[in-house]
Ligand binder design. Sequence first.
Ligand code: PEP
Ligand code: MN
Length: 347
Amino acid sequence: MVVVMAPEATQADIEQIVTLVSAAGGEAFVSRGVSRTIIGLVGDVHEFGALNLRSYRGVTDVIRISVPYKLVSRENHPGRSTVTVGGVPIGPGHLTVIAGPCTVETADQTLAAAMMAQAAGASLLRGGAFKPRTSPYAFQGLGEAGLRILAEVRAETGLPVVTEVIDPASVDLVSSYADMLQVGTRSMQNFALLQAVGSADRPVLLKRGMNATVEEWLMAAEYIAQRSNLDIVLCERGIRTFETATRNTLDISAVPVAQRLSHLPVIVDPSHSGGRRDLVLPLSRAAIAAGADGIIVDVHPHPAAALCDGDQALTGADIDELAATVRTLPQLLGRTVTAGRTLSTVA
Ligand code: PEP
Ligand code: MN
């Protein structure tokens, strides 16, 4: 915290602040500039907040410089965390691939997509049963029937399931089928939903709001953590910019920025950010090069017939190329990671 004194503040005004801070168990460092003096405070910000320093004579401003999110911050938790989903680690030393259809349509389509996901090197299956669609006329997902299909495909393939939950009322239902709860970009600031998944006994994949700053994203994670669920994975999925050539603009710098500010793992969605099949591999490579802890990728056995997001689904030879990329690129870049179910942490 920094206390900014007014140009006309007297020596007595400055000493009063120093005395108050010391009495509250903190330390005050006085820096005198040409026109004004600032006082740097070191200690417990809650104690300082209770002093109401702004109300004292000679004080013009009190600026908090420690980050407003505590539980997910790296300030208080210097090491990076690993989140485990159905036995699969996401975090430092791993490159975890999550893949599957955007939307669960049928049992056959979901099983075929899950097999493609495995072929691509995925160790977790994605697929939406409750879809947050921009248009109320678009396919909204199969609901619980879709969750049942995901559970069947998990039983058949062994892939733990990541699926979206769109409202607080269905958190228990989705948790009863899913291994990880996804909070989508449109829901990132649905605070009731964040609190509900924070109370659920499942890890959470928190996508960045398409209009959210990194700080707002981390504050959303703090809502979940505050309800005592720290098993949160952040997902950069593109933000809205002036550019219309892509569906969204992948903010690749958000990966190292979020990893520096937070101990939580950070993955990238190259499918929803670009919105185009031809961009998925280049954006996956960019994510791996930037140090992402994983990627979440749409795949579909018949993209042209997909009920949602067919334009961005990988299929055919692209699956093999993704598998080769995931297998070889980290080593080429000097990243020591393991993919799949291996639980050993190398980094
Ligand atoms: C999804 O992953 O299916 C999805 C809807 O993503 P987003 O919330 O990032 O648009
Ligand atoms: Mn989608």
